[in-house]
Unconditional design. Structure first.
Length: 203
């Protein structure tokens, strides 16, 4: 199966495609996009570390996410290298409205497995949306090196998306996971619909 076909099956759980106006303005503003992207990779690594610490008794989760932390940090390093090459200053983190909105949907309370399911599904969604956006950037960016860079990251984030969903279905009844995943997907589509389209944000 080609990459395109497999991503269609794996990734297009997303209910709403990114507004094409985003990539039109984002690819013209690559300095800000790269800085925001660096912080997205940092947050991805931090989020996996938190899962490992807070859910240390879930051995397969720890074993699966430990190398993902290294991969996300590797992505961070690669974004930093692109910034250095282009002499773009790093700068401070920006408010991440997308992640703030998603966090508000995390259901509090319940068993530890219920809590874990919420975090795994939220992380899976962030991976899916990032993957979709990296794909758009890889197609629209003029710079050949960045096209390749975003294509490679798209492939990597697709793998993480699968990791998170597989883990959720390992620890929680898959039917419950599927029902909650549907709610998360619907909520994420609403978030995307209402988020301001900005040239300086990855999401
Ligand atoms: Fe990443
Ligand atoms: Fe990732």
């Amino acid at each position: 199966m080609s990459w395109e076909e497999s991503t269609k099956q794996k990734m297009l759980h997303l209910q709403l495609p990114t507004d094409p106006r985003w990539v039109d303005i984002a690819h013209m503003n690559i300095g800000d996009i790269l800085v925001d992207h660096a912080y997205c990779e940092q947050k991805a690594a931090s989020s996996c570390i938190s899962l490992i610490v807070n859910f240390h008794e879930f051995t397969e989760l720890v074993d699966t996410l430990t190398p993902v932390v290294a991969e996300e940090w590797g992505h961070f390093e690669r974004v930093m290298e692109q910034l250095r090459k282009r002499e773009i200053p790093f700068g401070k983190p920006r408010k991440d409205e997308y992640v703030i909105k998603l966090s508000q949907f995390v259901r509090k309370g319940g068993s530890k497995v219920m809590q874990l399911t919420e975090y795994l599904l939220m992380n899976a969604l962030i991976e899916a949306r990032s993957c979709e956006r990296f794909k758009l950037l890889s197609k629209e960016i003029q710079d050949g090196e960045l096209q390749k860079f975003y294509y490679e990251l798209m492939v990597s984030e697709a793998g993480h998306f699968v990791n998170f969903l597989d883990l959720a279905r390992k620890y929680q009844d898959p039917e419950k996971v599927n029902a909650r995943w549907k709610e998360w997907l619907e909520y994420e589509a609403e978030v995307i619909k209402n988020l301001e389209i900005r040239a300086d944000r990855m999401h």
